[in-house]
Design a protein around this ligand. Structure first.
Ligand code: SAM
Ligand code: SF4
Ligand code: FES
Length: 360
């Protein structure tokens, strides 16, 4: 057995490694051989199978506004990007998406958008409560960025039960390279703690291969996630957008993303781990490979086809020309082809039960 295989086997058996070994595994990832990668992926999938079987959870993604007051350096929706056509869906259009999604058997809707001041707290609450009124058996997830604790509380009372807010990076210096000075890592982390305290199921996460990211950053991410214990962890490769300051930066790799997905599965056996659109963008079978390496959630797009091409966080995004029904069918077929089946279940039993030491 190679040194890497020993570390992977120990991590799979114990769900944890001493910090120095965990760091070593991260450091060695670029030089892992085919068999070592396969072992890691296999162990991660075995872990996922033992918790979730062959089920893959389906969430319907509605990208309802691409207007954003923020200026994150990596994102195509940043406010300084004058080259994109901005859009906002009306309340009626959003409800139409959820109605159509319901007919397609979706039972979780993820409302995602830029930080758009047009969508006041009152309006967000109105939209959420109307969705819940029409479809009481559905879960509503929000992903609309950093808000005050009071706003989060109001959304929760209106019926939103889940919130996705990637922490992006848990390393302060790195955070400073990815964001303008007006955004702070501490504030974003505080938002996640507030959300959890209010009672949301929260999703955190980070990009893989973002500019300036080091092995230390990944260690910080795992430490932070271990402390936060989110229900969902969303990771995907960083992909440059041609109208951002990072246009010439290299994208995150397939290998690294699959490596970190597998690591997350072994450290957080019960987490909901999406195989993201970004992963499907860097490789035609990226999402399938994500599932094979431990992911257990997919999020087909429910946004109206007329605006899909305008929610471009990065270049080359897939699923931009397809109708909701096609995307849904396509995803189901993709999962069936690799021996998994999409389930519309809300996945409520998912959650963390593990508490541990500071080691991995
Ligand atoms: N505005 C909200 C926020 O920032 O949390 C939600 C929407 S934002 C576009 C959703 C996620 O997209 C971000 O958390 C970020 O990780 C990801 N993202 C943005 N630009 C990206 C890029 N160039 N490559 C890969 N992922 C990107
Ligand atoms: Fe806005 Fe989110 Fe993009 Fe940042 S990542 S610019 S907050 S949409
Ligand atoms: Fe969207 Fe295939 S999953 S078109």
């Amino acid at each position: 057995m190679t040194y890497a295989e020993k570390l992977i086997t120990a991590l799979a058996a114990n769900g944890t490694l001493p910090d120095s070994d965990f760091y070593e595994l991260i450091r060695m990832r670029k030089s892992l051989g085919e068999e070592e990668r396969e072992l890691l992926g296999r162990e991660a999938r075995r872990k996922a199978d033992s918790v979730y079987g062959k089920d893959v959870y389906l969430r319907g993604l509605i990208e309802f506004t691409n207007v954003c007051k923020n200026n994150c350096l990596y994102c195509g929706l940043r406010r300084d990007n004058r080259e994109i056509r901005r859009y906002r869906l009306t309340k009626e259009e959003i409800l139409d998406c959820t109605d159509r999604g319901y007919a397609l058997n979706f039972r979780t809707f993820v409302l995602q958008g830029g930080e758009d001041p047009h969508f006041t707290d009152d309006l967000v609450c109105e939209i959420v409560s109307e969705i819940k009124e029409r479809h009481p058996d559905c879960a509503v997830t929000l992903s609309i960025g950093e808000k005050s604790r009071e706003s989060y509380r109001r959304f929760f009372e209106a019926g939103a039960e889940r919130y996705l807010l990637r922490h992006e990076t848990a390393n302060e210096e790195h955070y400073g390279k990815l964001h303008p000075a007006e955004l702070s890592m501490r504030h974003r982390m505080q938002c996640l703690y507030d959300l959890k305290e209010i009672g949301y199921q929260v999703g955190a996460g980070f990009m893989v291969g973002s500019p300036g990211q080091t092995d230390d950053c990944y260690m910080d991410d795992f430490h932070f996630l271990r402390e936060l214990q989110p229900h969902m962890i969303g990771i995907g490769p960083f992909i440059p957008h041609h109208d951002t300051p990072f246009r010439d930066c290299p994208k995150g790799t397939l290998e690294d993303t699959l490596f970190f997905l597998a690591l997350l599965r072994l450290v957080f056996p019960e987490a909901l781990l999406p195989a993201t659109t970004a992963l499907g963008t860097i490789h035609p079978l990226g999402r399938e490979m994500g599932i094979k390496n431990g992911a257990n959630v997919v999020m087909p797009n429910l946004s109206p086809a007329s605006v899909r091409g305008d929610y471009l966080l990065y270049d080359g995004k897939i699923c931009t020309g397809d109708e909701a029904a096609e995307c849904r069918r396509c995803m189901e077929m993709r999962m069936e082809r690799i021996g998994y089946h999409v389930t519309v279940g809300r996945g409520d039993h998912a959650g963390f039960v593990r508490h541990g030491t500071s080691d991995f």
